[in-house]
Write a new protein. Structure first.
Length: 310
């Protein structure tokens, strides 16, 4: 993943400003350019939850566009510690459509968004702007929760990449490696094996014949060793490979992924996403959905490289 152009939608909420702070840090490390995007929401019939300052397309005063452009510029100057080049766009329309259009015409390598703002996303509710962008954006998306630690000029120290060995795993690992390289951060590859219980500790197995207990433990060791070997195989093809750590956990994937991010003090969590179309129900009922909703650190979702798609 090469990051040279970053799109950061801004609605002037606290979480979107926090997302811009994270975007500036990334851009400074990657020598990238940022484009901030503010959408003056067009009110259409049936949109009862429009923000208080939204304006109808037909009645938008040009001076209002100018005012918001100036507000974006001031915000960029306030946050831009590293003097990263920043462009500002203010347009009217429906936020999701405008953001996706800008991604397409940019083109952009990365989108950085807060996980809730004017349009919601507190519970990844269907219809929220960020949720729709996650579904449809062709490029990686970094979602920044309001609970994420305050941004600073200090580099990230730990990138955690969770892989399920699916088709997009190598793309996710490569993206995580770029983040780790640019931040001089530790990189850990995580795989969670579905297991009836969280381990350790091993639950009591009273009443189970000793031979069966040993067989279960041997099977667990077999799965763990196999997962480590597969993680190492992914790590071995990383360009400009640095030291890569591996971690295997047992339990429910989203629970263990979130727990690992907390216990490992991950600054960013990277996940591979198979698809983001409107019918991709699997994504929204998946580990990714739960992790994006609950993670306390930023989450980068990466699609499979289309050149490697079958």
């Amino acid at each position: 993943m090469n990051i040279s152009r970053i799109l950061c939608p801004i609605d002037f909420s606290e979480v979107s400003v926090h997302a811009l702070e994270q975007a500036v840090i990334l851009a400074e490390r990657s020598n990238a350019r940022i484009t901030t995007l503010h959408v003056v929401l067009s009110i259409l019939p049936g949109f009862d939850n429009a923000p208080m300052d939204a304006a109808t397309v037909d009645t938008i005063d040009p001076s209002e566009i100018t005012r918001r452009q100036e507000r974006l510029a001031l915000l960029g100057e306030k946050i831009n510690w590293g003097h990263v080049p920043i462009d500002h766009i203010v347009v009217s329309g429906q936020p999701t459509a405008v953001i996706l259009e800008q991604i397409a015409v940019g083109p952009f390598d990365l989108v950085v968004m807060g996980t809730h703002g004017t349009s919601g996303f507190r519970h990844l509710m269907l219809g929220s702007v960020t949720e729709k962008v996650l579904r449809q954006a062709p490029c990686p998306v970094l979602t920044v929760p309001p609970r994420a630690p305050s941004a600073s000029a200090a580099p990230w120290t730990h990138v955690l990449c969770a892989v399920d060995f699916g088709a997009c795993s190598q793309s996710a690992v490569n993206a995580a490696a770029v983040l780790a390289r640019d931040s001089r951060a530790k990189l850990t590859l995580l795989h969670v094996l579905e297991w009836p219980w969280h381990e350790p500790p091993l639950p009591a197995m009273d009443g189970i014949p000793p031979a069966q207990v040993e067989a279960l433990l041997e099977y667990r060791r077999y799965l763990e060793h196999g997962a480590v070997d597969r993680l190492r195989a992914l790590a071995d093809v990383i360009p400009d490979q640095r030291e890569v750590n591996t971690l295997v956990r047992f339990g429910k994937p989203y629970v263990e992924t979130l727990a690992a991010a907390e216990e490992e003090n991950a600054d960013v969590l990277v996940l591979g996403v198979q698809g983001r179309n409107a019918l991709d129900i699997g994504f929204f009922g998946s580990t990714t959905n739960h992790v994006v909703r609950a993670a306390r650190c930023p989450v980068l979702t990466v699609r499979m490289d289309p050149r490697k798609a079958g």
